[in-house]
Design a protein around this ligand. Structure first.
Ligand SMILES: Nc1ncnc2c1ncn2[C@@H]1O[C@H](COP(=O)(O)OP(=O)(O)OP(=O)(O)O)[C@@H](O)[C@H]1O
Length: 339
């Protein structure tokens, strides 16, 4: 588990200072993947570098599995550093070493014996699906393969936390997928807590349990992805959901419909069954006016704009809400028109 409390970090900037982190607090539960997103210059890399102990914050606290990293020095600090695997931004492999040689580096530094080292490198190459590239040099690997080797190297010393800074930048979607599969495997098979800095919402969509949005050195949204998509006020939630369309504002009624609403459904049962069940149970006609389906990690999620027609439309909507559908209605003025 990673806990960051009220972290600040400034850099000299011209004559003055630039606050790269301005009171950042967030938490990543053990074994979760958290995506850190936000515009360029928001402080994402600075946050990751502080957690990786590559940058010293001005104030605040960083705890990994309960240990306060900023209070450590000497041997304890070196031990804490081993708990944190880092996949740096860009190409970071040593070109004169093979794929296996790169993965072995942290094990050599830790003085691990040759037989143990070989066994561990073989396991890691299996984990990232590159056993057949063990003797190949970085120049002969594709960008995605190099990134997977960098992930294997970061995992070599069995860290409890993995930090990856833009691990998929400049990769095509298929290659991105192979890198994300490996990060997901690190969490599911090794139980590693993963913090991924990214511009790419596909990363959040595919592997993030949690997300933190940084803007100008502050956390403006933070939480579980599946909670944020259910919250109409969440900008990141809205970005991750299908668009229900339309320049058209949401109105309480519209066209032939007695009720118009936007409905967010999370999970197999809700996505597959809730709308047809509501329609048949309450004898209402239910028209899909916009929206669609997506998948967040392994969870199907839908957002639809629906029109309900029939006397029991309100009852059908209430029944859906009771079954955890997240429903947004247009505000209604006293005369019944949209506000
Ligand atoms: N070593 C440094 N010296 C001076 N300024 C820095 C340093 N590192 C970062 N900054 C500044 O701090 C701010 C935050 O930078 P940071 O790299 O953390 O943002 P980011 O969100 O990761 O951006 P990007 O997505 O473009 O990588 C930026 O204005 C950047 O120029």
């Amino acid at each position: 588990m990673i806990t960051v409390e009220n972290l600040t970090k400034s850099f000299p900037n011209g004559g003055g200072t630039l606050r790269a982190l301005d009171g950042v607090s967030m938490e990543v539960p053990a074994g979760a993947v958290c995506g850190v997103v936000g515009p360029s210059g928001a402080g994402k890399s600075t946050l990751a570098r502080c957690v990786a102990l590559l940058e010293k914050p001005d104030s605040g606290a960083i705890r990994v599995d309960g240990t306060d990293l900023l209070s450590l020095d000497g041997k304890a600090l070196r031990a804490a550093r081993r708990q944190i695997g880092v996949v740096p931004q860009g190409d970071s492999l040593l070109r004169q070493r093979t794929a296996a040689g790169n993965v072995a580096l942290p094990l050599e530094a830790a003085g691990v014996s040759t037989p143990q080292r070989r066994a561990r490198v073989a396991e890691l190459l299996d984990l990232v699906g590159l056993t057949d590239k063990s003797s190949v040099y970085p120049d002969q690997l594709s960008g995605g393969q190099r990134q997977r080797i960098a992930i294997a190297r970061a995992l070599a010393a069995e860290p409890s936390v993995l930090l990856a800074d833009e691990p998929t930048s400049a990769l095509d979607p298929t290659t991105t997928d192979s890198v994300l599969t490996v990060l997901d495997r690190a969490r599911s098979e090794l139980g590693v807590t993963v913090l991924v800095v990214t511009h790419d919402m596909a990363v959040v969509r595919r592997i993030a349990d949690d997300v933190a949005v940084l803007e100008q050195g502050r956390v403006v949204e933070h939480g579980k992805v599946l909670d944020l998509v259910a919250d109409p006020a969440s900008r990141i939630g809205t970005t991750l959901l299908p668009e229900t369309d339309q320049a058209e504002p949401l109105r309480p009624t519209g066209g032939d419909h007695d009720v118009v609403a936007e409905v967010v459904l999370v999970g197999f049962a809700a996505v597959g069954a809730l709308l047809p069940e509501a329609s048949s149970r309450f004898g209402v006609e239910l028209a899909i006016l916009g929206g669609g389906l997506t998948r967040l990690g392994d969870t199907p999620v839908a957002k639809f704009r629906v029109g309900l027609s029939g006397e029991r439309s309100e009852a059908a909507l209430k029944w859906m809400i009771e079954r955890d559908a997240h429903v947004r209605r247009a505000p209604v003025c006293v005369d019944g028109a949209a506000a």
